[in-house]
Write a new protein. Structure first.
Length: 352
């Protein structure tokens, strides 16, 4: 072989090994294919198995210039509306002509939950759509959807932001999660992403599964595959308040600036509250729940945060904070069952 041919083969190998998203002329997710500088919309088709098929909507913005690929996903819990509306808004805001890199937006993973107003689970199979990753094709609808999101979205991105909020029955104050995986470089980038997102309370997570084949959560599926990623939450109890939606929209835009996908500097949160542990306060009785504190309240250990009565008004359980900390969310509705969550309390850690 001539030196030229060898050089050409060498170049081809280098190109093949570095064909990340940034080098592609077109970018495809599901049925959406976008050329450079273009936006495309389509669906990730989840075929029928033992239960029904579903189509998960997706928008792809393939920037005019090269850059990383950022996936933005919401609606795994289809009644966490503020997060869904935030991504619907972003679909209308992003301009691929001005962008470097690629943004994949999946605004509503769990359509049956959204349409039937069912919190927490996919009503088709009763599973949470943020617990079954990386998924499998020979399972129920949630398993199949999770598998295809892993293949089409997670594997094709460099970074992922999973957006959530308080569900129909959760009065939540905004916060984000920083997953520390133990890899210094990756942890540094995900930390900078969570600071750039801008929410002022950040939960440090160290106990998520480390095995990419048993990743459970969407963000953890990206994190365990070496992709610096974060989870964020804003919105509460079925509401779509501008404050929550704007926090999520602006957070995504700020992370895009941090990743140099959009011009300008990120607005980085200064001195956030770092939460080192989240303690769940569960009800010991079934009955009617009455809260005594609001989301975001700082409580001392032993403080009464609410109580449960039987259906005739007799108090049967006093809910006291098991630890001192901030009420990340408290049950937003009177329906209470034994073992259900009354509140999640974040224990404040040291400055990180
Ligand atoms: Zn959620």
């Amino acid at each position: 072989m001539s030196r030229l041919i060898i050089a050409t083969i060498g170049l081809a190998l280098v190109l093949a090994s570095s064909v990340s998203a940034q080098d592609r002329a077109t970018f495809t997710v599901g049925s959406a294919t976008a050329a450079r500088g273009q936006k495309a919309t389509g669906v990730i088709e989840v075929p029928a198995g033992g239960d029904a098929a579903t189509n998960i909507p997706v928008a792809v913005f393939h920037g005019a210039k090269a850059g990383p690929t950022l996936a933005l996903v919401s609606g795994a819990h289809g009644t966490e509306y503020a997060s869904i509306i935030a991504l619907e808004k972003l679909i209308g805001l992003l301009n691929p002509v001005e962008m470097s890199g690629t943004v994949i937006i999946v605004p509503l993973v769990n359509i049956p939950s959204f349409e039937q107003k069912t919190p927490h689970i996919n009503p088709v199979d009763g599973k949470s759509m943020n617990r079954m990753y990386p998924g499998k094709m020979d399972g129920t609808q949630t398993d199949r959807a999770s598998f295809l999101i892993t293949k089409q979205v997670v594997e094709q991105c460099d970074h992922l932001i999973d957006l959530h909020g308080g569900d129909l029955d959760e009065s939540l104050r905004p916060y984000s999660y920083w997953t520390k995986i133990g890899n210094e470089r990756q942890d540094k980038i995900s930390r900078e992403m969570v600071l750039a997102f801008g929410l002022d309370h950040i939960i440090i997570v160290t106990d998520r599964p480390k095995d990419p084949q048993a990743s459970r959560y969407l963000e953890n599926t990206a994190t365990t595959r070496g992709k610096p990623s974060i989870t964020v939450e804003a919105g509460h109890a079925g509401t779509v308040e501008a404050e929550d939606v704007n926090a999520l929209v602006n957070g995504c835009l700020s992370v895009m600036r941090y990743l140099k996908m959009a011009p300008g500097s990120p607005s980085v949160i200064d001195h956030p509250v770092w939460i080192e542990k989240v303690v769940t306060l569960a009800s010991e009785q079934t009955g009617v729940f009455y809260p005594l504190v609001r989301r975001g309240t700082y409580v001392e250990q032993g403080m009464k945060v609410g109580y449960v009565t039987d259906y005739l008004g007799k108090t049967i359980f006093e809910a006291r904070a098991p630890v001192a900390g901030v009420v990340l969310y408290i049950c937003a509705v009177p329906s209470m069952t034994k073992g259900a969550t009354i509140a999640n309390i974040g224990v404040i850690g040291a400055n990180k």
